[in-house]
Design a protein around this ligand. Structure first.
Ligand code: AMP
Length: 484
């Protein structure tokens, strides 16, 4: 394993009416929040969250944003950008409290990210009496309409649901809005929220402050920037796409048919640590969680076909430490604030290199160290080479002895068979109750057959489990630990 090379040195460049402050090196700085102009009650709130000094993005954004400048921030995942935009909003609210109207709207692309931002707003704002509401899909409109009727200072929302309320909730408006924050703007635009954003921009005052954050500067983000920012300060924490600096990355080249077996080995090798595993499809993610549980590992899954309460429940189990292994699709790869993930395993490589950066961004956050392992089969070579191209370097190989891994094969095969059967039963049950979306690619039989073809079943699964009563087999209660 090898460490990331250092970033280029810091510099500040004036570019027309945009000032670019390019900063680098480690995420945490020696700079106190006081010295950046943050007021004492908010400094105290930061300390309560365990934030002693500012992160690099906070150090650069806060002095400008506290002066009331618009900001465009290109920030690395896990850089502390949420604090960088929440603090100026809260400080201005303290200085200029308004009553009876929404003061700030904070928009995020996903429900999970909105919930997290809301948590930070509450953590920082509660002691000063700031009120906030989180308005996202998947939760009844009425409940949210009542909360909005109480005139919260801050609304954290996904664009679609906010627009829904603007259109349908009587009395709700943003005519006195003073702050608009757009977080993960690139992601919002790639999720086709452009229309909603434009409609929201139509009904808010032009005379307001706007803070726009994005992981990448795409042409769509540039267009949005021109439409909604005035004389912004541009802040970049790195000039090119980079993975966090304390991250140890490696790849593992393996035959596809033993993929599950290698995953089991890696999980067992890192037993006791918090592990995030990324899979490509909802079904596969669910199947892997079932398989690992059958082997006695505390695994839980998170994917887009789960209901919102189930997603939050799974996340809570993981963040609270009740389950140390989270198997997820890319739903979870952006924006989720999962503290102290020790290891990220890319079971299926992402199609886009940028998604890789976001996935591994779940570890090595805020200056902590972490590990990322990419599982590469004979079918993934091209995708992997493109990924290395994007990273601009070759990753070291994760060394292990195949014979030691294959000792696990028999038990993994058995766990796979049980998992496949459980998955079929679960999918059939949910299909019957009509909850599943009816898209052809989601057909459970077809999905399982495809996975079998790909070799995920280790050559022996898919013909139906031979063991009855899999849940009561007692196997999953025993923690499996491979003998070295
Ligand atoms: P974010 O990029 O906003 O999602 O933040 C990433 C992580 O860094 C979160 O767990 C934050 O709680 C944490 N964090 C943010 N600011 C600081 C700070 N100044 N000091 C220490 N940790 C921080």
């Amino acid at each position: 394993d090898e460490e990331e090379e250092d970033n280029p040195p810091s510099s500040t460049v004036a570019d027309g009416n945009t000032t670019t402050a390019t900063t680098s090196s480690s995420i945490l700085t020696e700079t106190s929040f006081e010295s950046l102009g943050v007021c004492p009650p908010l400094v105290e709130a930061c300390h309560k969250l365990g934030w002693k000094n500012a992160t690099r993005i906070q150090e650069t954004v806060l002095p400008e944003a506290l002066q009331g400048r618009d900001i465009i921030g290109l920030a690395e995942t896990g850089s502390g950008k949420t604090g960088a935009f929440c603090l100026p909003v809260l400080q201005r609210l303290l200085e200029n409290p308004i009553r009876g109207a929404v003061f700030a709207v904070l928009l995020a692309p996903t429900r999970e990210l909105a919930f997290q931002i809301h948590q930070v707003v509450e953590g920082l704002g509660q002691s000063m009496g700031a009120t906030s509401v989180c308005v996202v899909g998947g939760v009844p409109m009425t409940q949210q309409a009542i909360a909005l009727g109480r005139n919260p200072h801050i609304v954290v929302a996904t664009p679609g649901r906010l627009l829904d309320h603007l259109t349908n909730t009587k009395g709700f408006h943003l005519r006195k809005l003073q702050y608009l924050v757009l977080d993960e703007a690139d992601r919002m635009l790639s999720l086709d929220f452009e229309q909603e954003l434009n409609e929201i921009l139509q009904v808010i005052p032009e005379d307001r402050r706007t803070l726009l954050f994005s992981a990448t500067m795409t042409s769509k983000v540039q267009k949005l920037q021109r439409a909604c920012l005035k004389d912004p300060v541009k802040v970049e924490v790195s000039t090119k796409f980079q993975t966090p600096q304390q991250l140890l990355q490696s790849y593992l080249f393996i035959p596809a048919k033993y993929k599950d077996c290698y995953l089991t080995y890696l999980i067992n090798e890192h037993a006791g640590q918090s592990i995030l595993v990324f899979g490509a499809t909802c079904n596969n993610v669910q199947r892997l969680a079932l398989m690992l549980r059958n082997l006695g590992f505390p695994a839980i899954c998170l994917h887009g076909q789960m209901t919102q309460p189930k997603r939050l429940g799974a996340l809570h189990k993981f963040t609270s430490g009740a389950r140390s292994i989270l198997i997820c699709t890319d739903v979870a790869s952006r924006g989720l604030d999962i503290p102290q993930v020790d290891v990220v395993i890319n079971f299926d490589l992402p199609g886009h290199g940028k998604d890789y950066i976001h996935r591994v961004g779940r570890t090595a956050r805020a200056g902590k160290s972490g590990k990322a392992i990419a599982m590469v089969t004979q079918y993934d070579v091209e995708v992997y080479q493109r990924l290395e191209g994007l990273l601009g370097k070759k990753l070291p190989e994760y060394k292990l002895d195949e014979e030691t891994v294959l000792v696990l094969l028999e038990r993994v095969n058995e766990a796979q068979r049980l998992a496949t059967r459980e998955l079929k039963e679960q999918l059939a049950a949910s299909k019957q109750s009509g909850r599943r979306k009816r898209r052809s690619e989601d057909d459970p039989e077809e999905a399982i057959q495809q996975e079998i073809k790909k070799g995920y079943m280790g050559g022996s699964g898919g013909r139906g489990g031979a063991l009855p009563n899999q849940r009561g087999s007692g196997r999953q209660s025993k923690k499996y630990k491979h003998k070295k």
